[in-house]
Design a protein around this ligand. Structure first.
Ligand SMILES: [Zn+2]
Length: 419
């Protein structure tokens, strides 16, 4: 088995653990990250361009909503960082994220390496220094491309100084828990007065929370089978109807309220991104036996992660008794009211104290016979009927079809089948 395979699902992690466990080296830890910090899904509202209206009109709304934390992508274009620094520092101190949106707000794909170094790499330090001057301790970890213009070379420069980058991609784009996204090109849904209506944005927030009917979602796209992470791109917060990218304060308040009501994790892109990115590492972490228990260690995947990345994890009590004690940085962790533990991912290790052996992980395999429902679609995504396995029935005309396989607890699998 190839344990470095690109399939980053939990199944791979567990199976790799078994292989190594049998070899007598180490085995997968009996801990697994709870998706989206215990919420059904997540939403990150991001506000670009360091606009004054974000301080004047948005800050009072945010101050009244303790469950809502957002990201601001700052730029020095037209002296905006300097002019609004005190307001953004106050927002940072209230728990909102400050990210990098370049000095020039120019087309990065046209820039020389020297220009990229200034705009992308050094400006992250400038934002931190400016915020510090106004009393806010900020670590910049997130970037957003101006005009969403990106490319392979630009990505490598962004990656030198940031854990993730937000682009725009396409409307309705979502990020799924067990599929590692391109961290240097995160998708976002863009608000504009001429584009998304408030109702469309509310629907997107319902979809992220898995509220609605999704039986007919197109198999060529990702079928909606649970909650997901939605990233939203905003600019001005004002009633200026002339500005296509502005959103009325009342409307953004309506979106925030729906997100909270839907039980979504409403958190900055850097917070949700670090949590999800950490889980791909932590859920594969191996443990080794010590004198009085086990030690679990892992690596941090990027130099520019937030200073603290608290992970909500569940203990697999089929493998270890619930009386086991989890310790980190010399302290005993007490479980939350729901039985989960909050561990610090940035500490890179933890110990499990138990007098008993920890059992091996259950063997989980994914193959055709694990799926219980097979549905046939045509190439346009129109549902045609049921199938028995990945086989197009004889009664269908010759041609190419898609078959989507589903089962409870498994990620759906879609295959192109010709007959
Ligand atoms: Zn911009």
């Amino acid at each position: 088995m190839n344990c470095n395979h690109s399939n980053r699902s939990t199944f791979t992690a567990l199976s790799c653990g078994i292989a190594l466990g049998l070899a007598g080296i180490s085995t997968a830890a009996p801990l697994i990250t709870v998706p989206w910090n215990g919420h059904v899904g997540a939403v990150s509202f991001t506000f670009d361009d360091a606009l004054e209206t974000q301080v004047l009109n948005l800050k009072p709304l945010l101050d009244a909503m303790p469950d809502v934390h957002v990201t601001f992508f700052l730029t020095a274009f037209q002296d905006r960082l300097k002019d609004n620094a005190a307001g953004f520092a106050a927002l940072a101190n209230a728990g909102h994220e400050m990210g990098n949106h370049t000095i020039s707000h120019w087309h990065l794909t046209d820039e020389t390496d020297e220009e990229l170094e200034e705009d992308v790499v050094k400006f992250a330090d400038t934002i931190e220094a400016t915020m510090a001057k106004y009393g806010a301790d900020v670590k910049v970890v997130s970037f957003a491309t101006p005009f969403c213009e990106n490319g392979d070379h630009v990505k490598t420069i962004i990656d030198k100084r940031h854990m993730l980058n937000r682009d725009c991609t396409y409307d309705g784009a979502r990020t799924f828990w067990d599929e590692e996204p391109d961290w240097m090109s995160m998708p976002a849904k863009i608000w504009s007065r001429s584009g998304a209506t408030v109702n469309e944005m509310l629907n997107a927030l319902d979809t992220a929370a898995y509220i609605g009917k999704f039986d007919n979602s197109i198999p060529l796209e990702h079928p909606i089978t649970g909650g997901s992470w939605l990233i939203v791109l905003q600019h001005d917060v004002s009633e200026r109807m002339i500005d296509n990218y502005a959103i009325n304060p009342d409307d953004i308040k309506t979106l925030f309220e729906r997100a909270v009501k839907n039980g979504l994790w409403v958190a900055p892109i850097g917070t949700v991104g670090a949590y999800q990115r950490a889980h791909f590492i932590f859920d594969k972490a191996l443990m080794t036996k010590t004198d009085d228990g086990y030690k679990v260690t892992w690596k941090v995947p990027h130099e520019y992660m937030p200073k603290s990345v608290p992970l909500r994890v569940a203990l697999d009590t089929s493998r270890v008794d619930s009386k086991a004690v989890i310790m980190q940085d010399g302290k005993v962790l007490t479980p939350e009211s729901d039985g989960h533990y909050i561990i610090e991912f940035m500490s890179k290790s933890l110990t499990i104290k138990t007098s008993k052996e920890i059992g091996l992980p259950p063997k989980i395999k994914r193959n055709a016979k694990d799926y219980t429902k097979f549905t046939i679609f045509d190439l346009k995504g129109k549902k045609l009927g049921d199938a028995n396995g990945f086989k197009v029935p004889e009664s269908y005309p010759k041609g190419v079809y898609f078959i989507r396989a589903e089962a409870k607890g498994l990620t759906p699998l879609t295959k192109k089948i010709s007959r």
